[in-house]
Ligand binder design. Sequence first.
Ligand code: AMP
Length: 585
Amino acid sequence: MLEKMEILDVEKLIGDFEVMTKDAENVQRETLKMILEENGCAEYLQNMGLNGRTDPESFKACVPLVTHKDLEPYIQRVADGAFSPILTGKPITTISLSSGTTQGKPKFVPFNNELMETTLQIYHTSFAFRNREFPIENGKALQFIYSSKHSKTKGGLFAGTATTNVFRNPQFKKAMTAMQSECCSPDEVIVGPDFHQSLYCHLLCGLIFHEEIQLVSSTFAHSIVLAFRTFEQVWEELCDDIREGVLTSRITFPSVRSAMAKLLKPNPELAALIEKKCSRLSNWYGLIPELFPNVKYIYGIMTGSMEPYLKKLRHYAADVPLISADYGSSEGWIGANINPSLPPESTTYAVLPNIGYFEFIPLKENVEGHMQENGNVSFLSTEPKPVGLTEVKVGEEYEVIITSFAGLYRYRLGDVVKVMGFHNSTPELKFVCRRNLMLTINIDKNTEKDLQLAVEEAAKLIAEEKREVIDFSSNVDVSADPGHYVIFWEISGEVSDEVLKECCNCLDRSFVDAGYVSSRKVNAIGPLELRVVWKGTFHKILDHYLRLGAVVSQFKTPRYVGPTNNKVLQILCDNVAKNYFSTAF
Ligand code: AMP
């Protein structure tokens, strides 16, 4: 069906979505039935005693909630080339490696055609809503996308990151054409073996096609910011290439060079124009619309751990709208952004009821129940009682459980979402954070979101000096008693010791969690430490993950570096330029 779809019928897509979401409960029932019928012969489901039943009640009674760790042995057997059906009825031929920055190491999850179909469905749905409000004309997209190195598993299955598996699928290109969002860079650049070289070439292609560029995008906002920070460094070299029509010698891969040679012709007028545009900008404000006069919007995931990059992105974007892309994971998709005119801070994701079977563990109830038990909160030790997609309540927070077409059954994704409302009968979710608590020493509990808010607050102090936090991470140091929080900052330029001391105090005061504040007051947690790292440190962390096989398009800076993540902790600690201890308490 998708193969025939050359230009998308936006109104029909919206109509189909409306019909489906009006009947979300039944669609969920039917979707579960399809998943269980297609995969009922798989060993995993055979062992659950469903005996052909496909209704939600039997499913919940027979199949346990699981984490990745529980499924790992099954997935490993699939990756090792087991002949019999293990998790899915049809054999799995591809494995996705999650970005690896979530848990500190890459993890395997199955990928199949059904997952590709749901990817396209979610792309098309959000495009339909987006294009209604921000129509794009036939042109090109400057997409900072990278398809990582791929490998074969022991059993001969193709293994790549989820984005690689999507970008390399022939359906992806067709979908981009149908959405008038064809990438301006040749395939050789997207699949190029070196990310730095591909990034340079993406920028160059963007400049060559500068008048045609309708949108600038990437999977995550981080890569867009990284691209334009790089532009600030290499713009003169890019102009040289355009002027002479000769690609810089720093691009060494023959396939990339020859693909670029076909596009690059001497164009002194364009080089002069770009030089003029760059020189009249003040601190690169409004760089994106200056370079790409017809750009309609900037698109990429901008919620959750991407929020800290919004400030810089807005700086580059000036008044070009920022639209957050959809919500999903290597394990499967969840929701589409169908309200594209909302700013990223308010973006919600409407769940597509036919792309998987969804359950939600209410967090409030479980936390309260457990608090009564022992006065302490431990998310993971509570007994979860999930509710169905249409049973969630507005204003409540939940952990997401996925049952997918790709062999995951009642899988705890580890994300926390908040229900903001309903679109017909399907919920609209706001992404809150990863569920695993990060900063905790004793009775204190601070999440990624708490850290982000504290950093935002303290960063205001350096904003007065026209400086910004380029990136940040954290750790708890329990090597001495009492333990304390350590926050790592990379800053753009010099900031005085007095201001940084004040930032450190501000960070300490900004963790308002009652457990933290009371522990700080009695020194059960020591003074917070701010460690300022040298410029380029977070780039070293990115490079480290790239060496491990991650891709830039899926990269998320680890906001908390646990004790097992030795290498990253070492990079951070080896690059500390200055440190400060809080005197806030
Ligand atoms: P990956 O392991 O690379 O597949 O990353 C998937 C994770 O990225 C999800 O479980 C979320 O934690 C995060 N993520 C994906 N989409 C979004 C989004 N739209 N907003 C916030 N976080 C997201």
